[in-house]
Design a protein around this ligand. Sequence first.
Ligand SMILES: Nc1ncnc2c1ncn2[C@@H]1O[C@H](COP(=O)(O)OP(=O)(O)OP(=O)(O)O)[C@@H](O)[C@H]1O
Ligand SMILES: [Mg+2]
Length: 468
Amino acid sequence: MSRKTDQPVPPYFNLDPETAAAKLGDPIDTARFAKAAAFAAKGRDDLAKRGYSPDGQKRLRKFSVWEICRYLIPVNAAHLRRVLKANPDLPQGEGSAGAKWFTLEEVLSLRNHFAEEGVASKEYKPYRPDGLPAKVVAVANFKGGVGKTSTAAHLAMSAALDGYRVLVIDLDSQGSMTSIMGGSVEDEWSTVFPLLAKDYALHVQRENGVREAQGQAPLPLDETLTEALQVTAKDVIQPTHWPNIDLIGAQLNLYWAEFQVPVWRMSQRNWPLWDALTGFLENEDVLNQYDIILLDTPPALGYLTINALAASDILLVPLGASFLEFDSTGRFFDMLYSTFASIEEGENAARRRAGLPEMKFEWDVVRALITRFDAAQQTDLANVIQAYLGDFMNAYRQDYTALVGQAGEQVNGIYEADYRDFNRETYVRGREAFDRTYAEFKELLIGAWWRDSQMAEAEQKEQDNGEA
Ligand SMILES: Nc1ncnc2c1ncn2[C@@H]1O[C@H](COP(=O)(O)OP(=O)(O)OP(=O)(O)O)[C@@H](O)[C@H]1O
Ligand SMILES: [Mg+2]
């Protein structure tokens, strides 16, 4: 006797080729992409009309007395209220006496007041040695989706809350960081593209000086390069809804740089293509106008990422505690080694021929950083990764938190979310994940600055001794 089972067959059995072919439609030609793009653009507008668009004007929320005293200024609430009462010129906040809310501008000016008038033993303002340039921080990994943008955005915001002046540069043509910062970027002229072009154009001009002296015809500059020569920092830097975060944004056209940079390099083999961003930051006084310059990079080791890495003092490499992410990160370090070693080799060969001193790339500190960490599932793996990466790795593992990305497209980070929207405990724990990431970063930052200031002092002494 056979019994009929009513188990359904798996969905990939009994498929019919002829029916399948009928469903396929005609082969796809290039033009079909244009059609898909046009439909997507229509859909996008439709979604934007329904309120899904993340690129509406962003506004930063206000901060309560509880938050200010808990997270931003080391004073207790009663004392803060007394100080406000005694100083009617200070921002008084909005709302009823028991529940006042302040804008970040107001918080910053309250902090200034405490830094000037408060007890000297308390740290109201974060450490920043005078006379030294901003620190440039790149967040990079070849692997996609490891938390580069989330880490960079949260670091920018926590540093801003801490009182630093921050410039964020989005080098990823996907523009996620730009959306988080509420930036508007019409085309490549509002991205770093013209800065790279300008660096190349200046190089060509210098070459032309040499050629002219040798009686050779000058190299022509095309329209793009001529226009790029006019672009300055203020043309590409835009303010954000954060009073102390500025942005150089990105959008899809920035990807063009990945094609254009090698073409320029082909025509001028001695143009140091990795130095274009560094050149901009140094020559246009950007390093003196900010405390921290944060670079968000695409998941690739292209020319934009190479520029970011070459410009950076601090390199953070986020990765999840999984086999694939660890494996890929190891390869990323290998690619960094071969890329920068081959640049050094080529450069130094040329420099030796010209009788110039040799160059070498150097970073204050490089740290791998575990993101989206789930202690229940990933502790073993993270321990193994920690053992192999050793002092190349941060101690703190950034916990997975449902608060990131959950708050919808308009709010992209825990620091922008209003804690009243969450259970207080959930908020405190989620926030701690990023506060601790920031704390460990801040320690690297101020350590690097302190080391620089010691060196500057020693140099100054030597110079004084030499003159005496
Ligand atoms: N600590 C965290 N807890 C929970 N989710 C997180 C955390 N950090 C990042 N994510 C989420 O992981 C996803 C990938 O993060 P993110 O976009 O920052 O990665 P990325 O490395 O910048 O990606 P890409 O390579 O595409 O630029 C996002 O959906 C983000 O919200
Ligand atoms: Mg990203």
